[in-house]
Design a protein. Structure first.
Length: 420
């Protein structure tokens, strides 16, 4: 169990870091301030600030986030009447605003806030040392920090470095960069697997026959080439797999080439349930190749094949949705546990599969997901003006609420599936 837990944390951590790093690096290149890069959720364990970004490790290993200036920051960081401690430089300008009781600064200036502007005018005004007879106004430097209530120190967010200040195309790229990184990770993982395994499935129309399967009983043999199915030309394994899986319990006539001979062989694919899908199987599998080039390219070919399978599954879900078609952290843990007992290559397969899943699902046009944000970006391009902040926030809030409800339902369903 300890090994499984460690493996789960590593796999989940890699997925989160890779995804969020995509957003992080694109934001940095676009001139958007990344205030915080968090691995994990919940209470902070440790943090450090470097190059304007605070990196935090949080206690719950179930996600992470990149916090960009001006994006999804609903609450004011300061409020009139709030007590803060200010650190100033030699010119009397504020460099750090401390709002936390967890961090003490005995050399700082205690101020009860009356007015402030952390976005445009960059000032804070209030009663120094509690003296309400006179207010004092402090200038805030552009790169000042604010220590939040939990003790985390982050940069303030002046308007020129906020997300909305970047061009629409830079914002779109920033939103897309997270899923893009997940696709890159999947390609790298499957390439490594292809080299490490020594052989990978070839995408040819040659087949390997499974013993005592429908195909063998019908007369098919190893290395037979299937060139057509019900008169439709077959050039590769993908086309053959589709022709068989789409015809469960229906007669399929295969034109088979064996050496110099060609013959027709009739098979009736067996109906097999794959989640909510019903597919046909005849007991054949793709031939394997040891060619180094194809093993390296398996990162692309394997990712592409899996991508098509995932889109097929998404299409099937539109015709008959079931919670069993989805999986949350519990399902990921169960899958990781199984893979851990099967070895490193199985864990790598799970990592690649989950990374590809994460990339595709995040591109779905659902508010609060990256795909929903990208959709809003395209709407802005078409309208030639940004959507009202209030409207965009409402849409995002509704999408977030829907996702949280769905996550609760999926998690409960996973617990029942895997533990009861």
């Amino acid at each position: 169990m300890i090994t499984t837990i460690i493996t789960f944390i590593i796999v989940f951590g890699i997925l989160v870091i890779v995804h969020e790093y995509g957003h992080f690096i694109a934001a940095k290149k676009s001139g958007i301030l990344v205030r915080e890069f968090s691995v994990g959720m919940g209470p902070k364990i440790v943090d450090m600030q470097r190059n304007g970004t605070t990196y935090t490790l949080r206690i719950l290993p179930i996600g992470g986030y990149v916090r960009m200036a001006g994006l999804d920051e609903q609450e004011d960081e300061l409020k009139p009447g709030q007590h803060v401690t200010l650190t100033t430089n030699a010119q009397g300008e504020v460099t750090v605003i401390n709002t936390s009781n967890k961090v003490q600064n005995l050399a700082g200036i205690p101020v009860d806030v009356t007015k402030f502007d952390l976005q445009d005018a960059l000032f804070i005004e209030g009663y120094e040392n509690g003296d309400e007879d006179q207010t004092r106004r402090f200038k805030i430097i552009h790169d000042a920090s604010i220590i939040e209530s939990d003790g985390t120190e982050v940069r303030i967010a002046p308007r020129d470095v906020q997300f909305q200040s970047a061009s629409i195309w830079r914002r779109l790229i920033t939103n897309f960069a997270g899923p893009f990184n997940n696709f890159i990770l999947a390609i790298i993982v499957f390439s490594i697997m292809g080299v490490a395994q020594g052989a990978v499935p070839s995408n040819s129309n040659k087949v390997q026959v499974i013993e005592n399967g429908i195909a063998q009983k019908a007369g098919l043999k190893d290395n037979d080439r299937i060139v057509s199915a019900n008169g439709v030309k077959i050039n590769n394994w993908t086309e053959l797999s589709k022709a068989v899986s789409n015809n469960p319990e229906k007669s399929v006539t295969l034109k088979v080439v064996r050496g110099d001979q060609t013959q027709d062989i009739k098979v009736t694919p067996k109906l097999v349930k794959n989640g909510s899908q019903k597919v046909g199987m005849i007991g054949v599998q793709a031939t394997m190749t040891t060619n180094l080039g194809q093993r390296i390219l398996y990162g692309f070919t394997g990712t592409w094949q899996m991508t098509k399978s995932l889109f097929t599954a998404l299409g099937q879900m539109l015709h008959g949705f079931s919670l069993n078609d989805l999986g949350g952290p519990v399902a990921i843990y169960a899958t990781t546990s199984k893979a851990t007992h099967q070895g490193l290559l199985s864990v790598m397969y799970v990592l690649g599969f989950l990374s590809l899943n994460l990339g595709i699902v995040n591109l779905l046009p659902i508010p609060a997901l990256d795909g929903g944000k990208i959709l809003l970006n395209f709407i802005e391009v078409i309208r030639r003006k940004p959507m009202k902040t209030e409207t965009e926030n409402l849409i995002t809030l509704i999408g977030f609420g829907f996702l949280m409800l769905l996550m609760l339902l999926v998690t409960w369903n996973d617990i029942q599936r895997y533990f009861f």
